[in-house]
Design a protein around this ligand. Structure first.
Ligand code: KIV
Ligand code: ZN
Length: 510
């Protein structure tokens, strides 16, 4: 029999905080704002926008997100100190729904070695700082860091203290990804039974994936009584990452007959959100990643294909459309008009302003002139590079490259650098190396190329190449992207896009 579905699980997205703080996942202010807008379209209940005290850049990002987000709650993380809480409040107070999220560790290991505090001091600090946050903001969340390695009776006391002092959400993080689903279920039941007032607040779960159990532990916590789940898009985060939002939401959705809970997420925005994030950070989910991996809905074997053709449910437990996956139908070409293009954007869940549509349509026409058919994946890629565009201190004018088996490579590049047209030829072991050396010379910048990735946007001989590069200059790390039917051009564009982002980072991080 179908269970009654209660749409009560709150989705707390921490892509912009726990996700962004992991190596190689950083985003600039514009990207964070774009991501926050998309998270709102996805209809997450809470956006953890950052850790305001961490740096002036982080503060600015949280404040700007608090300004633009209208429906979701906007949270900033804060340690249990007045300075942290002051900064978190300053950053989120402009939000329609602000939240201060403060945390303190409760495990013997963390208390002794990291905090150098006794259990009593931890209890006192919890009481004092939750009350301090509460005098600013009604919506206070308290997290007991390393909760799953804490003594349960002590953890229960800390959680009760947080509730007594005004926390409306209490979060039980598995900070190091140590627990298992059965243990998590029992811990939640224990807290439900032993903490006074726990039924009047939101009980939250926050799981890391060190043993690959983050999603299973999140579902077990929900079964044990959790009403909020903290997670990230594509499961990005510290070490092995956080629980993946898309997996938790689709598990709840697909198995609501058994789990009996739902969320308010617009699942058709899952795929566009995942794509937007992977473009921004230059990290794609592995092909077999559940829900959003390239192969998540591909049926290779003959037996499976036969079954799916006869009836999709034979091998498909959810439809690609339900998570917003484009059908990859090749429908548009150079004769397609603006109307058809705008319709396609809508179907793909891509929301653009009228000016952005004008620009995207012009780019589409340019591409359709070169390519017979423009697929959904081409359109996504085109919009992705448009979104990655940034104030262009440097712009490619033209290039020529040369190489052969007996020769090294040469690249001649002409660029506009701060309004001035310059040209330079450089040598290298390969065409990409030579081209990057010429760009270095023309810009006077010499970033470290930490990663170079190339992938074709679609199949077929006329497929576009999509390049992403990770560049480091001092403490700034950026991802540059470029797309073209010529992979050398895509590489140069990605490198120059990265250079422009470095210039932007230097300006905004001052
Ligand atoms: O993993 C963790 O413990 C955290 C807390 C700060 C919530 O991210
Ligand atoms: Zn975490």
């Amino acid at each position: 029999m179908e269970k009654e579905i209660i749409r009560d699980i709150k989705i707390f997205d921490t892509t912009l905080r726990d996700g962004e703080q992991s190596p190689g996942c950083s985003m600039n202010l514009r990207e964070k704002l774009e991501m926050a807008r998309q998270l709102e379209r996805l209809r997450v209940d809470v956006i953890e926008a950052g850790f305001a005290i961490a740096s002036p850049g982080d503060f600015e990002a949280v404040r700007s997100i608090a300004e633009v987000v209208k429906n979701s709650t906007v949270a900033s993380l804060a340690r249990t100190t007045k300075k942290d809480i002051d900064s978190a409040w300053e950053a989120v107070k402009v939000a329609n729904h602000p939240r201060i999220h403060t945390f303190l560790a409760t495990s013997p290991l963390h208390m002794e070695y990291k905090l150098k505090m006794s259990p009593n001091q931890v209890l006192e600090k919890t009481a004092e700082m939750v009350a301090y946050a509460k005098h600013y903001c009604d919506d206070v969340e308290f997290s007991a860091e390393d909760a799953t390695r804490s003594e349960w009776d002590f953890l229960a006391k800390v959680v009760e203290t947080a509730i007594e002092n005004g926390a409306l959400t209490v979060n039980i993080p598995d900070t190091v990804g140590y627990t298992t689903p059965d243990e998590m279920y029992q811990l939640m039941r224990y807290l439900k039974e032993h903490v006074k007032g726990i039924d009047n607040v939101a009980l939250s779960t926050h799981n890391h994936n060190d043993l690959g159990l983050a999603v299973a532990n999140s579902l077990a916590a929900i079964r044990g009584g959790a009403t909020q789940v903290e997670c990230t898009i594509n499961g990005i985060g510290e070490r092995a990452g956080n629980a993946a939002l898309e997996e938790i939401v689709m598990a709840l959705e697909t198995r609501k007959d058994f789990l009996g809970h739902g969320t308010h997420i617009d699942t058709t925005q899952i795929y566009p959100t995942s794509k937007l994030l992977s473009r921004m950070i230059g990290v794609r989910p592995s092909p077999n990643k559940a829900i959003v991996g390239r192969n998540a809905f591909a049926h290779e074997s003959g037996v499976h294909q036969h079954g799916v053709l006869a009836n999709r449910s034979t091998y498909e437990i959810m439809t690609p459309e339900s998570v917003g996956l484009p059908k990859n139908s090749m429908v548009l070409g150079k004769h397609s008009g603006r109307h058809a293009f705008v319709d396609r954007l809508k179907e793909l869940g891509i929301v653009l302003s009228p000016e952005e549509i004008d620009e995207a349509f012009a780019r589409f026409k340019e591409l359709a002139d070169k390519k017979k058919t423009v697929s959904d994946l081409d359109i996504e890629s085109l919009v992705g590079t448009q979104r990655a565009a940034i104030e262009e201190t440097y712009r490619l004018k033209y290039f020529a490259v040369n190489s052969g088996t007996e020769l090294g490579a040469t690249a001649t590049i002409s660029m506009e650098c701060d309004g001035q047209v310059k040209k330079f030829a450089a040598l290298g072991d390969g065409q990409v190396e030579a081209a990057f050396a010429a760009v270095d010379h023309l810009t006077g910048m010499h970033p470290k190329l930490e990663e170079y990735q190339i992938q074709s946007v679609t199949g077929g001989i006329d497929a576009q190449g999509e390049v992403s590069v990770r560049l480091r200059s001092g403490d700034s790390v950026v991802i540059g992207t470029g797309v073209s039917m010529d992979v050398i051009e895509a590489s140069i564009k990605a490198y120059i896009n990265g250079m422009n982002k470095l210039v932007y980072a230097m300006k905004t991080e001052k």
